[in-house]
Each structure stands twice: as C-alpha cells, then as structure tokens.
Write a protein that binds this ligand. Structure first.
Ligand code: SF4
Length: 481
C-alpha cells in the first residue's frame, strides 16, 4: 500500500488517527479525506462510531462502537480505533494506545492519588490497553521514582546548561548541534554568550531564593571546551548559582576523544559527581559507520581515567539499531559495558528523524529489526547483572516502536533524568537549544521556555534572547529587584 487515507468529517480526530495508525504501520504515509482505494472511513454521524476499512476499493472490515459519554473524547476514540486496527492488521501493540504521553508520569499521578500499585496497573491496562509487561515495567519505575520526585518545592529547580557543539556529526543524530570550526572560534564565542546567560539567570534565581537541586551540563559535546574554558564555565556556575543543596551534578563527556585527565580533574574539583561517557556501541565497524572516528579502546581508556580521578557515578549510553547491527553484535557491546560496571546504563532505541544523515541518505525512517524476545532479553541480562530500570521515555520513529530505558545499580538513579521526565519541578534551561519548564503545582501544568536552537543565532542575538527568557521568569517567579 502506497498510502492510506482516513475519511472523516471532524478534524478533531485527525491526529489520533495518524498517531495510532503510525504505531502499526510506520512505513505507510497517512493522508486525510483523499478518495483512495485503500482507506478507513470514520463515521460518527449516527451517534455511534462506525469504522470501515477498504482495500483496493473493497470493504474488508466494518465495526460499530457505541459510547456513553458524548461527544467522543480523543482518548476513547483512540481506544476504539486501536481495537479496530488490531483486528484489521492482525496484532496488538505492547504500548496499546499509550502514544504522545509520558507513560511513567501516568503511573506517578495515580500513585500520588493514593492508589495501590495493583490498582495503578489495572487502571492503566484498562485505559490504554497496553501489555501487562509494559505496565508492570512503568509502575515499578514510578514506584522507585516517587521518593526522588517528592516532596515538591517551589524553591528548588534543576538547571540544564546546553553546549550544542560537536567535533563531528554522528550520522544518526538529528539534534541541532553545530560542528565547531578547526580554530574553535565558535566555541569561544558561544562560551562568552553562555556565561552572560548563566550570570543573569543565576543572579536572578539567587535573588528569588531559588536553589539548584540538580545541575546538568549536556550537549552536543560539552567536553569540546578546552581546559581553560571548562574552568571558566564551572567557576561561573559555582559563583552564580546556589549549589548548597545540590543533589546531583552531571557532565556529559560523551565522546572519548574530547576528554582527558586534566578536564576530568577540573570537573571533579568543581563538584561534578556524575559523568556520562556514551559509547553508543563498542563495535569498531559501527563506530566508523556512524562517523564516530575512534576505536573502542578509547572508550575503555577514558572510562579508566574517569575512575582514576575518583568519579563514583558514570552513565554509559548504548543505541540499539545503529548500522543495522545484529542482535549478537549489540549483546557484545552490552556485555563489554556491563563488564566495566558503570552505575547507569541507558539503552536507546535508534530513532531516525529528519535532519539526521541516515534519514537524508536513505529516506528510511523506521524498521523493526529486532524481535520482542530480544528486547526483553536485554532487560533480563541487565537485571541479572544488578541493573534495574529507573527511567523510561518513548519517542517517535524509534525502531521497532521501542522505548529508551535508563538502568541503574541499586540506589544509583540519575536524578536529573527522573525529574526531567516527571515534570514536577521547574527546569531552567541555559544556552542554545535548551528547553526549560516552569512548573505550576496548583494546576499540575508547566509552561515551556524555548531557546533558539542554533548556536550562530544564539551568538548573534544573545541579549535579546536572554532578556525574553528573563521576562518569562519574572512573570513566573516575580520581578527582578
Ligand atoms: S550524537 Fe551527540 S556527539 Fe553526535 S552529533 Fe549528535 S550531539 Fe554531537
């Protein structure tokens, strides 16, 4: 089938149709109200929902769904459409209708309402028709996260400092990061402007008595900063933010060729207590294929240096699906990473998005190269080695409709990751591409604060960009003195 058309009078249901169908058939483009021979007619005109599937112009399935609460809300519509598609296509989805939401957050909310874990599971299975194993997974994660998220405090925020600069572009990456020039002029310009934002934001937060709960320096590749630049950034953060009660300080030293002993010593001296070293794969061929031009040994050496410097919390990321790696090749990488014993291992499912070299070169967006058993096997293997899931998120266009899961050794959760996903604490994003969230507990909602993504624009318009953000903070936390 080249494409599928949904015929529907009410545009209100367009997105649920698109979202749900894409979960089953991501490779088939969805259009609306085109009289195609392959289509699904959606009819709500008679007070019941009638779904009719046509293939090559012939009706192949028709179902009628009665609903009590009128008008039909989107989630209930998705539920009926899901049942219809299961029958039409011939299989169920592990995540049921859990699309476009943060699954663990749903479980948090129910636990917070006072429901028992068993009630949470029953409620989620009923509402989203997801598999028992997925609901079990997210309920377990939510239970473990509660003690980290609560109690809430309006006087605490997490701070994310973004350095969207890299030494080369990985082929799978769709993140808007700028590849630095040889002389790294753009890096120094960016740092200068970033420091301006750190100072203004930090002073404002201090003035309002707002402390930093967790601090995360992410990228891009923050370790692209040279030793002097790193020292300057970390000193400024120490001076400008209230770090007295800091629970976690993470630095992404993602690519080993940008990290050295001196940089790690600087991080340690400034109180960084969690370092991310992200191999993505330990397979030399895959590293080369995705434009990460260093040997796997470089990861092992950097890991050793990280430990020598005395870091007690290390995260390592692996991506499932890079370069169409075989299951065996992935398990080899996983085995090598587990053998190192980092406190956190994050397993991402490759998401091929617009802007990545893979998408541009091949046009392919989603494949399903691994069996369900294999994915469950990864979790089992990590479990056997003492790692348990502590945070989870899903994103569009992941291979095999998978999820990204952070695993940790006992009591070694990455706190920022949990807070970021839970959306119960304000996140202050500093720097290009950072995304902040200002949380309003009374209504359990947050306002997003975006910062322009590309470094060039950020450098050109820093004052204007930062001033606009400051105005948003003032509207939320109160005016500057
Ligand atoms: S994956 Fe990370 S290191 Fe690679 S280009 Fe993207 S941001 Fe840079």
């Amino acid at each position: 089938m080249e494409k599928l058309s949904f015929m529907l009078a009410d545009r209100f249901y367009e997105y649920p149709c698109f979202e749900m169908y894409q979960q089953f058939r991501p490779e088939v483009p969805v259009v609306f109200n085109e009289e195609l021979e392959d289509r699904i007619d959606v009819d709500l005109s008679g007070g019941v929902l009638v779904l009719t599937a046509l293939e090559k112009g012939e009706v192949i399935l028709q179902k009628e769904y009665d609903y009590e609460k009128k008008p039909l809300d989107k989630q209930s519509f998705k539920g009926f459409l899901y049942l219809f598609l299961c029958e039409l296509i011939g299989y169920t989805l592990d995540w049921g209708t859990m699309t476009g939401i943060k699954p663990v957050k749903m479980a948090h909310n129910l636990l917070k309402e006072g429901r028992t874990p068993l009630q949470v599971k029953q409620c989620l299975i009923e509402k989203y028709q997801a598999s028992e194993s997925k609901i079990e997974l997210i309920t377990g994660i939510a239970q473990r996260e509660m003690g980290i998220i609560y109690p809430l405090s309006q006087k605490k925020v997490s701070v994310y400092v973004g350095i969207p600069l890299c030494i080369a572009k990985c082929s799978y990456c769709s993140f808007i990061s700028t590849v630095a020039d040889k002389k790294q002029t753009i890096v120094s310009e960016y740092l200068e402007n970033l420091l301006y934002e750190v100072r203004l934001t930090g002073r404002y937060l201090k003035e309002k008595g707002i402390a930093t709960d967790t601090l995360y320096i992410g990228g891009g590749t923050p370790s692209i900063l040279d030793e002097g630049q790193l020292e300057t950034l970390l000193t400024t953060l120490d001076e400008e933010l209230d770090l007295q009660g800091l629970r976690e300080y993470t630095f992404e030293a993602g690519r080993p060729e940008t990290t050295n002993l001196r940089k790690l010593e600087i991080l340690k001296a400034h109180g960084v207590d969690r370092v991310c070293l992200n191999p993505q794969t330990m397979n030399a061929d895959t590293l080369a294929a995705v434009n990460r031009n260093y040997p796997p040994q470089a990861i092992l050496d950097t890991y050793e240096t990280i430990r020598e410097v005395g870091f007690e919390s290390v995260n390592m990321d692996l991506i499932l699906g890079l370069n169409r790696e075989s299951e065996k090749a992935f398990m080899r990488s996983l085995g090598q990473v587990i053998a190192l014993g980092p406190e956190n291992i994050t397993i991402h499912c490759l998401a091929v998005k617009k802007g990545s070299a893979i998408k541009t070169a091949t046009g392919r967006q989603v494949e399903n190269p691994y069996s369900k058993d294999f994915c469950a096997g990864i979790q089992e293997e990590l479990g056997r080695r003492g790692y348990r899931p502590y945070y989870l998120y899903r994103q569009k266009y992941t291979q095999g409709n998978g999820e990204n899961i952070g695993y940790c050794l006992e009591n070694r959760e990455g706190i920022y990751n949990i807070l970021m996903m839970a959306e119960k604490q304000s996140i202050i994003g500093i720097g290009a591409g950072s995304s902040g969230k200002l949380y309003v507990p009374e209504i359990d909602r947050f306002d997003r604060i975006f910062t322009v993504k590309d470094v060039k624009t950020y450098n050109e318009r820093t004052e204007e960009i930062v001033e606009k953000k400051m105005a948003q903070y003032e509207a939320f936390f109160g005016e500057r003195v």
